[in-house]
Design a protein around this ligand. Structure first.
Ligand code: ZN
Length: 112
């Protein structure tokens, strides 16, 4: 039984082994690591679901994704450098444009 204030969830052996080895790398517990990963995913997903309808892909050019941001009414470039995405408009690795690109299957396999 989980401790008070916690709930348990079932994952496949395969997922469990991955979480276990990442938690070991990060020197944290499996519960703490899984909670952190799920929390940050849910936050990014929530942010994205509000904003995603306002962004569309214009083109893929070399290491860049060209986006049209309808809220800003401008073109925004997100580029890949050393396996990390950065936004030229926001000069950020954590803005909605980067989050949007991270969700694209064409981009996901190039990003760590
Ligand atoms: Zn941005």
């Amino acid at each position: 039984m989980p401790d008070k204030g916690f709930r348990s969830v079932n994952v496949t052996e395969q997922v469990w082994e991955k979480i276990k080895s990442r938690a070991k790398q990060e020197r944290t517990s499996i519960s703490a690591y899984a909670t952190e990963v799920l929390t940050s995913f849910m936050e990014a997903d929530e942010r994205l679901s509000h904003y995603a309808p306002l962004i569309e892909v214009v083109a893929f050019e070399g290491n860049s994704v060209i986006l049209r941001d309808k809220k800003l009414a401008r073109i925004v470039e997100v580029y890949l450098h050393e396996k990390q995405l950065s936004c030229r408009h926001d000069d950020s690795r954590e803005c909605v444009h980067v989050a949007f690109c991270q969700a694209l299957p064409q981009v996901r396999r190039f990003v760590r």
